[in-house]
Design a protein around this ligand. Structure first.
Ligand code: PMP
Length: 396
């Protein structure tokens, strides 16, 4: 009989040569558990999803409560559904007043697609600008925005009229003109290996967009929902977007995403023709209930306030000649090694030693450190001890 792993490789599509291949039966808090008693401390959080930990009891209770009422009722936006209304209302309360209208979807890429359509429709322009090293998703439109040529080449032609500017380049901002519908940027670049904006960059970008009537779209799919130490990462960079995109951590483990804009911008999706954007499953009520619980956990606890101190502890403890630098914005962290060839065996060894981490899509010499925000001081010490031990074991 084939093992679960063999069946996985045979029947589940693989798009990487390096699947982690861990068998996990249960996950709770910051830990995942394998079928034979293995325990892994999770430093990945499902790529920035499990910000409040795996199976947070309040998220589970909210899901169970909604299961008793209804699952799917109707395509998005036709029927007044309590979980959607409450989530949209609470979300806008976390945001500057102009961001008052929420379109709920199922994933990050879908939220990006919606935001692009909205920007084109509202401005009547077609040009879209994104940054070098950006990652915005895997669907055709979002893929067109990605910074990696490698990633895009096999799928051309992609969306026409997309230009790329260099991340953090002030001179490149002149490429944003009255032709440009929108600039889309990750407030903190995630898959580029945690690249922060220079202090003057986002304000200058904001100003250039203002001057040219271009919409500024911030992708906080990975950086939002407390990950960086503020509810939204943009709160740390003295700017506000015209359109905000979120997903991942938003659902507390359930699939959901959103693009959020002022009502006067969002309203353009219903003009001529009607139904400018449709989704069957967007705003699934169970996902909305989980998301609302997640939002409330982040608001009523100190989890977000504690992020900088927890990140500092990682920085203090992860000192080793093999670690060249650590880049971070809160608990979105990257520990840089010389090369992938050096890093990969360390990651494999760390997993053997019970700490789950990986690398970044566009930055394979850096270790991903993005644990649930619920991680404790003791667990951070445990994680760092294992990482340092794994480096030593691999080097000896
Ligand atoms: N934008 C960013 C910044 C992301 O990190 C990701 C996912 N890694 C996406 C978009 C795409 O989200 P999804 O995988 O949910 O489509």
């Amino acid at each position: 009989m084939l093992s679960q792993r063999q069946l996985f490789l045979q029947h589940q599509a693989q798009t990487t040569d390096f699947p982690l291949l861990l068998e996990v039966e249960r996950a709770e808090g910051v830990y995942m558990y394998g079928p034979n008693g293995e325990r892994y401390l999770d430093l990945i959080s499902g790529i920035g999803v499990s910000n409040v930990g795996h199976r947070h009891p309040e998220v589970i209770a909210a899901i169970q409560n909604q299961l008793e009422k209804y699952l799917h009722l109707m395509v998005y936006g036709e029927i007044v559904q309590g979980p959607q209304v409450q989530l949209a209302t609470q979300l806008v309360h976390t945001l500057p007043a102009h961001l008052n209208n929420v379109y709920l979807v199922n994933s990050g890429s879908e939220a990006v697609e919606g935001a692009l359509k909205l920007a084109k429709r509202f401005t009547g322009r077609t040009e879209l600008i994104s940054c070098s090293n950006a990652y915005h998703g895997s669907t055709h439109g979002s893929l067109s925005l990605n910074g990696s040529e490698n990633f895009k080449n096999a799928f051309r032609p992609l969306l026409p009229d997309v230009r790329q500017i260099r991340h953090n380049s002030l001179p490149d901002l002149v490429n944003i003109t009255h032709r440009t519908a929108a600039v889309i940027i990750e407030t903190v670049q995630g898959e580029a290996g945690v690249q922060l904006p220079q202090p003057s960059y986002l304000p200058a970008l904001r100003q250039r967009c203002q001057e040219t009537g271009t919409l500024l779209i911030l992708d906080e799919i990975q950086a939002g929902f407390g990950r960086t130490g503020t509810f939204w990462a943009f709160e740390q960079f003295s700017i506000e977007p015209d359109i905000l995109i979120c997903a991942k951590g938003m659902g507390g483990g359930m699939p959901i995403g959103a693009f959020i804009a002022p009502q006067e911008i969002m309203g353009s999706l219903k003009n001529d023709p009607l139904l400018g954007h449709i989704t069957t499953f967007g705003g699934n009520p169970v996902s909305c209930a989980a998301s609302l619980a997640t939002l409330q956990i982040l608001q009523k606890t100190n989890l977000i306030n504690q992020v900088p101190a927890k990140a500092d502890l990682f920085r203090q403890l992860l000192v080793h000649p093999q670690i060249k630098s650590i880049r971070n914005c809160g608990l979105l962290m990257a520990a840089e090694f010389e090369s992938f060839a050096i890093l990969k065996p360390i990651i494999d060894q760390a997993i053997k030693n019970g700490v789950l981490t990986d690398w970044f899509l566009f930055c394979d010499n850096s270790m991903r450190i993005a644990p649930p925000l619920t991680i404790t001081e003791a667990e951070i010490k445990e994680a760092c001890t294992v990482i340092l031990k794994s480096i030593e074991e691999v080097s000896s």
